[in-house]
Design a protein around this ligand. Structure first.
Ligand code: U2P
Length: 228
């Protein structure tokens, strides 16, 4: 082979490698997009702390966007070299404070929560989105789901009332087109209350899908929708 042939082969090899190295296949099957009801997070014996910007709106807040496997397990902390970098999401911070508020103690701005979610979960979806896209996609998904409005439209309000679990599930199914997972926790009187809603999302992080596997149910048939 002459010099020209060698260069040709080398070029082909580089292109071939580029195709596979720069676009690795996603190494998870779907996402859980998890929203939490602040009234339930705060109404436990552990209680909560409002963020430094004050009491969040009475709305579902984002907990996280979690890569998952069809078998029900999930990867975590996939890339210690990809640390949370607040400068990459500076344009999203005001929206994150509103839509992804922290409720853990002691009070803080929220960066600890977002850092935890990026490092534990976001780093496992780096094959499809970078840090900015991870947070941006989650914010867009929350807008698209509009869960509180869907529930209110079905007469399900955060008024400390008890509601039928299937009624809640079906209202969300009718609203977004896919069956959600519902997770409960217990208030100090041991009442089961609506705590988190899981919606499944495709590997691009943008489209709702039917869940390959639902989180294990933790709610009885009647659950409280607590005030906040
Ligand atoms: O359920 C307790 C904590 O486990 C993590 N979790 C749970 C289900 C799942 O599919 N994926 C997952 O990561 C969550 O941890 P966190 O992000 O809050 O640290 C969940 O709170």
């Amino acid at each position: 082979m002459g010099a020209k042939g060698c260069v040709n082969v080398l070029l082909k090899l580089l292109v071939f490698q580029g195709l596979f190295v720069s676009r690795p296949q996603e190494d998870f099957d779907f996402f859980y997009f998890v929203l939490q009801w602040p009234g339930a997070y705060c109404d436990t014996s552990r209680a909560c702390c409002y963020p430094t910007s004050g009491k969040p709106a009475a709305d579902f807040g984002i907990h996280g966007l979690w890569p998952n496997y069809n078998g029900g397990s999930w990867p975590s902390n996939c890339d210690p070299d990809s640390q949370f970098d607040r400068s990459q999401i500076s344009d999203l911070v005001s929206s994150l404070k509103k839509n992804w508020p922290t409720l853990s103690c002691p009070s803080n701005e929220g960066f600890n929560f977002w850092e935890h979610e990026w490092e534990k979960h976001g780093t496992c979806s780096e094959s499809v989105m970078d840090q900015h896209e991870y947070f941006e996609n989650a914010l867009k998904l929350k807008q698209k789901a509009n869960l509180l409005q869907i529930l209110k439209n079905s007469g399900i309000n955060p008024d400390d009332g008890f509601y039928n679990l299937d009624k809640i599930t079906n209202a969300i199914k009718d609203g977004i087109g896919f069956t959600p997972g519902i997770e409960c926790n217990k208030d100090p009187e041991r009442n089961a209350q609506l705590h988190q809603i899981y919606i499944c999302v495709d590997t691009s992080g943008t489209e709702f899908i039917e869940c390959p596997v639902l989180p294990r149910g933790s709610c009885p048939s009647q659950i409280q929708f607590s005030k906040f």
